[in-house]
Design a protein around this ligand. Structure first.
Ligand SMILES: [Fe+2]
Ligand SMILES: [Fe+2]
Length: 194
């Protein structure tokens, strides 16, 4: 499918708000790709498709995950919403014909991140957090500025803010988000020592 065809399909499937967010992530990913010398077309496609499975109900997310043979962790079983990322990569591949592993990886890890992310993984993760329609997160102005100055530092700041936010809400944090934060926290400490 062409990008135009995918966009039309998503416009029908997603809520208006989610579709606007999707376009925000597509274009913010493209801007970050320009800034950091990543492949702009891949960044746009990953941004456009990152939430393509978000419209499914919790039951359907579990049912599709089983159908695709995806392992479901205990935490995901409790929070099926999280499955939309991995499922999004499956849909991108099976339904929209995207075979590029870098695009599929960026979609897969856009919610939790993972240790040692690729440049495209980081771009889509960051774009998802700060695209122009977002207005809830703390320190947004600062984080937006940082995104175009130092992508790794921006990533660390987002992870730190997300972990703090979840612990203030007394919500449990996905183990992968914690692993990502541990990895980048140590990475930041090492960089600060140099
Ligand atoms: Fe998402
Ligand atoms: Fe998103």
């Amino acid at each position: 499918m062409t990008r135009e065809e995918i966009r039309k399909d998503l416009k029908n499937l997603l809520s208006e708000k989610r579709f606007e967010h999707t376009l925000g992530v597509e274009y913010t990913s493209a801007c970050l790709a320009m800034r950091y010398g990543a492949d702009m077309e891949k960044a746009r496609m990953a941004g456009l498709l990152h939430d393509c499975a978000k419209y499914l109900s919790a039951e359907d997310k579990i049912a599709y995950s089983k159908r695709y043979g995806m392992p479901i962790s205990k935490y995901e079983k409790k929070n099926p919403e999280l499955l939309h990322a991995k499922l999004g990569a499956c849909f991108a591949n099976v339904k929209y014909g995207i075979a590029d592993p870098e695009i599929l990886s960026a979609i897969t890890w856009h919610t939790t991140g993972k240790p040692d992310m690729s440049l495209l993984d980081k771009i889509v993760y960051v774009a998802d957090y700060l695209e122009p329609n977002r207005n809830q997160a703390p320190n947004l102005a600062e984080v937006r500025e940082l995104a175009f100055k130092d992508l790794d530092e921006c990533l660390c700041q987002i992870l730190e803010d997300s972990i703090k936010y979840l612990s203030n809400k007394k919500s449990t944090t996905d183990p992968m988000t914690r692993r990502t934060w541990e990895y980048y926290r140590i990475y930041r400490m090492r960089n600060q020592e140099v």
